[in-house]
Design a protein around this ligand. Sequence first.
Ligand SMILES: *Cc1c(COP(=O)(O)O)cnc(C)c1O
Length: 468
Amino acid sequence: MPQTDKHQLLKHLPGVDHMLEKARQDNRFAAVPRQVLTGAIRTVLDDLRQAILAGRETGFDDTAVLLKTAALCRRKLAPNLVPLVNATGVVLHTNLGRALLCSDALANIQTIASAYSNLELNLSTGKRGLRYTAVEELICELTGAQAAMAVNNNAGAVLLALNTLAENTEVVVSRGELVEIGGSFRVPDVMVKSGCRLKEVGTTNRTHLKDYKNAVTDSTGLFLKVHASNYRIEGFTASVSLRELAYLGKTHQIPVMEDLGSGTLVDFSAYGLPAEPLVSDSVAAGADVVTFSGDKLLGGPQAGIIAGKKQAIDRIRANPLTRALRIDKLTLAALEATLRLYRDERQAVGEIPTLRMLTMSFEDTCKQAAVLEKLIQNVCTPRDTIELVDLESRPGGGSFPALTLPTRCVAIVPARMSVAALERSMRLSAPAIIARIENNRYILDPRTIQPGQETIISSTLETILATL
Ligand SMILES: *Cc1c(COP(=O)(O)O)cnc(C)c1O
């Protein structure tokens, strides 16, 4: 484009005030806050100027500018955090928000958030109370612990417990347990940030009680066990049980802590799943402190729960870091309501979405898959391939590392677009549908599709196919 043309176009660029005036007469902008509108107009005009200078723009008018501005305003006014459909079959999907809350938890958030509450007021004395009171008794009842508290998340719980119990001392850990959880949580790094010195013992596959015993010096402050959440060591292995370690700790007066990651309050082996460590077992084995996550297998809000002996918990509460990691009242409300359900295991498994999805039988996935298949067939053409295939769902969230859950999925191979293009279009729809591709088929796994979402999936698919 000749320079003169560029100059002509630049000269014709409207001013912000002119466009604001135009927008004022346009219904599309009636509900757009002025600040958003001004910002959008500026951006559109800036982009236009850049495009002209780069020779990419050959002509425009007010209508074109308004059209771009309207699209930008729509984007700016749409929420950023949006709900979506998880059809991946990964129950505790970290990128998709991990655990879904049960309805009691949601209701309690509403109740507690919309009124003043006794968050830190002891109603019997009229004096200041502790926010942990809302959940402490429940946690103790469900785990057998003497005392308990909750903080922002389990990473925070580990940091806090280590800092309180073992700052400036050596923490003895088996080499087989120096795990990385993902999202940059690595046990050795957390240890350093807690002000502790890591004393590795044993080997990757085998650690014996004598390894811990030989590591004890005057500087030893803590024995730490970490649950190997997201992997398994198999074959020629040996590890020291928490009970043995607790006994050793007692003889040397060294506290023992276990980070369970996703500890559970329900024995999953009763539901045909492998046993995951029960918090009550760790407490009974004699751990001074046990830490676990609120939104892994517990199926509650993001939180870190610290349970154990009263003396240790009292010390942790008194740590100034506790304030920096404190649990907020909405989380506390959700956590209390979720924990209450665990008093009746049948109720917990029936009402807590994470537990319901994990214990969903293969037969139930077959029924759901059949419903979904029918809906999808109705919106597809005979040339699209729709099949039922038996695959595996994954628990996710660093729980049950080696476990897969048998599931029946709906597999789609569209005739007129690629599987990758289908995945992309579904992901870019509103609401977004997130699913996986396996063997060049688009796979919808019913395990994590919530009741009622089947029709959202089929109508989204219908819309996408209609545009081809
Ligand atoms: C997941 C996990 C953590 C971190 O828990 P968050 O709740 O994600 O902060 C810490 N330790 C172990 C062993 C874990 O599995």
